[in-house]
Design a protein around this ligand. Sequence first.
Ligand code: FFO
Ligand code: GTP
Ligand code: MG
Length: 442
Amino acid sequence: MTAHSQTIFALASGALPAGVAVLRISGPAAFMMVNALVGDVPAPRQAALRTIRSADGAFLDRGLVLVFPGPQSFTGEDCAELHLHGGRAVVTAVLNSLAGFSGARMAEAGEFSRRAFENGKMDLLEVEGLADLLAAETEMQRRLASEQASGHLSSLYDDWREKLIFARSMLEAELDFSDEGDIPGSVSNRIWNEVALLKQEVDKGIQDLRAGEIIRDGFKVALAGAPNAGKSSLMNALAQRDVAIVTPIAGTTRDVVRCELDIEGYKFELYDTAGLRETADVIEQEGIRRAMRTISDADLVLELTDMSAAVRGDPIGIDRPVIRVGTKLDVLSEARGGACDFDVCLSSVSGEGLEELRSRLLRAVRESTNVASLAIPSRLRHAERLRSASAHLQSALQNEMSPLELRAEDLRLASMELSRMTGRIDTETLLGKIFSEFCVGK
Ligand SMILES: Nc1nc2c(c(=O)[nH]1)N(C=O)[C@@H](CNc1ccc(C(=O)N[C@@H](CCC(=O)O)C(=O)O)cc1)CN2
Ligand SMILES: Nc1nc2c(ncn2[C@@H]2O[C@H](COP(=O)(O)OP(=O)(O)OP(=O)(O)O)[C@@H](O)[C@H]2O)c(=O)[nH]1
Ligand SMILES: [Mg+2]
């Protein structure tokens, strides 16, 4: 438990004006400050309606006051909340009054959560989950973040860590008795079987990173094809707004244009790109270079072909998953020539086929995020720790001829990696990076 001498405060609710504004106070002087502002300290954890006055007795607001005595609070310290009328001047007046107390200052971004972490109220995975929960815009992002914020990923990794600690203690017991003649090795065999099973679980976790990243950061879809194929028009139709410039001139799009979509709770990132062709125009060449880079980074490529055009572009030929889209279905004569060359035929003008494309996109994201539970890694940091743990387990398992001491040391290193995951051991730099993701008041 890290005791802070300073009391911090901040607006914890959103942009003003708002219906209600919540000011949060945490630290040793919190209750003294509440007492000075409202005349008493209400009963713990019960909302009480009070008049809030400045140090010179001037009326500031009438609002709800809540106090949470430490350690039973969000930060683990004495905490208080003032629920004010959400006007700018009301909030400014009360914040100014709070700043007048000695030992009190405005909180920095993420400082409440940082104190919660330091006081053991949340571990690092839960803190990251909370940051993701505040940033979540889609239903699947919310579910993934809640899972992590409520400690389910932490329990999983703690469980693995405990298994390793148990295995090590068994090995150490065996080491202690080893000079009493050879024990038939049965204990040891059972341990290595369990370590092998654990390694499989860790490796499964590493594989799930891709699903976690897709849910958290979005499924990347690139629109590709010849100039005038209708890429920008399709982007605008899917986004239902005018994101990209559309003209009848081939070579309109040069920069990569990005937009986000929410399909059934999954976040998609759509990338409109320059039409692919041989060209002498240096600006267009650079556009095409960027297009190719975007296409090769995509989780899925929509390869568009203008079905009404006399000449069709060549296939792009990349090793990404592709949906072949035939465009301009509305101008196609009744002889729908070659529609069977495509997975989806659509018109961005009439809207025909868009629903079919949307359900194909949904199917693709579901296939890429097909996991049994949402207690999965979603940041590179998680996978790096898991990879390193897996490598130590591998070393312990394969070096059957090495001394038990060394193999036990590999198990210890693996469990250290899992401790880093929840932040039992870690560096100031990492903490700074994670807490800087928060806004002030959290
Ligand atoms: N008004 C208000 N609403 C809020 C929050 C808040 O701080 N204030 N939260 C802020 O994120 C979230 C709720 N999270 C919270 C987490 C822990 C505790 C807390 O007091 N924990 C104590 C007691 C637990 C208990 O009584 O069961 C503890 O952990 O010891 C409060 C809120 C969302 N809603
Ligand atoms: N009738 C019809 N016209 C379309 C459709 N989609 C696009 N167009 C037209 O085709 C032309 C080219 O459309 P864009 O969306 O700019 O094509 P693009 O693939 O982005 O082209 P570049 O940016 O040059 O690579 C425009 O005149 C559009 O209005 C469609 O579904 N039906
Ligand atoms: Mg375009």
